[in-house]
Design a protein around this ligand. Structure first.
Ligand code: RIB
Length: 300
């Protein structure tokens, strides 16, 4: 099984549930409050580890209680957390509003994630040399992400970049180093500045990225599944319809599961079906890392 290295964010999530999201200037009464381990990087590492992958995580947390909790929680999922940095900044935090339809709005305060920078990643180069698959997101300093993606490509690694939260653009020389680019349709629209509502529009935006040198564009489209666009394929791999209670970390679960399936040598269509199933289970449960299924629960 190929070794997976995840480099990215770890956040303590403060999850608030409510019937409807508040409007600007409005005060509402919510229903419940929960602290959960989260962060897009840690969620993807947790997903890959819970689903049976051989996973190590690079990232930065504070020297505070939340930092301890996040490291322990990720280790409990089965990931190697021995290379995490303990920074002199507070651990990253996310406030997550979840409405009665399971939809969320998230505000992230990066804190110690800001120390997952080029200097730290340069110092962690051995971890990159030791892995076969690198997976990153965009909640840590961009310079570091661009540096590591390019280094990984130069070393012949498989690079998965989940461009979330979506920036205005990703440099062309970085895109050319990405094997698997995994935006959702909103992120794809922001990055390409193209409409991405219909399948035809998603295909056109994905083709724009392929022309920039991305190997495969894999667009998650919620409960509809995922759209794969590359030199050989242009197809929707259908998702599994379930009643969602909380979509937080569904995309992270998808990415982590997809990486595991690739690490096991599964063909792309099978890897995407595996990832769709993992994500469909995660949305039926509250929270981020706690909602991710184990391999036993997957039955595949
Ligand atoms: O993708 C979900 C994650 O986004 C949450 O866990 C939160 O921490 C933010 O990073």
């Amino acid at each position: 099984m190929a070794k997976i290295l995840v480099a990215g964010s770890l956040n303590m999530d403060l999850r608030l549930t409510m019937k409807k999201m508040p409007l600007a200037g409005e005060t509402i009464m919510g229903d419940s409050i929960m602290y959960n381990p989260g962060g897009k990087g840690a969620n993807q590492a947790a997903a890959a580890a819970k689903l049976g992958g051989d996973v190590a995580m690079l990232g930065s947390v504070g020297k505070d209680g939340f930092g301890d909790t996040l490291a322990e929680s990720l280790a409990g999922c089965g990931a190697d957390v021995s290379m995490l940095k303990r920074a002199d900044e507070p651990t990253g935090m996310a406030t997550i509003y979840v409405d009665e339809n399971g939809r969320n709005s998230i505000v992230v305060i990066a804190g110690a994630n800001g120390c997952c920078d080029t200097e730290y990643l340069k110092a962690s180069r051995k971890a990159l040399e030791d892995c076969e698959i690198l997976m990153m997101q965009l909640e840590t300093p961009f310079d570091g992400v661009w540096y590591f993606v390019k280094e990984a490509k130069a070393l012949g690694k498989t690079v998965i970049l989940n461009p979330a939260p979506a920036p205005d653009s990703v440099p062309d020389d970085v895109l050319a180093c990405v094997d698997w680019f995994t935006p959702n349709e909103t992120e794809l629209a922001k990055l390409t500045k193209m409409n991405c509502e219909s399948v035809e529009e998603i295909k056109a935006a994905a083709e724009y990225l392929l022309a920039k040198g991305v190997g495969h564009v894999l667009v998650t489209v919620g409960s509809r599944g995922a759209y794969l666009c590359d030199k050989e394929n242009s197809c929707l791999i259908e998702g599994i319809k379930v009643k969602a209670v909380d979509t937080t970390a569904a995309g992270d679960t998808f990415s982590g599961a997809f990486a595991v399936a690739l690490s096991e040598g599964k063909a792309p269509a099978d890897a995407i079906a595996f990832a769709n199933k993992a994500a469909s289970i995660s949305v039926t449960r509250p929270g981020a890392q706690g909602s991710i299924p184990t391999r036993d629960e997957m039955g595949m």
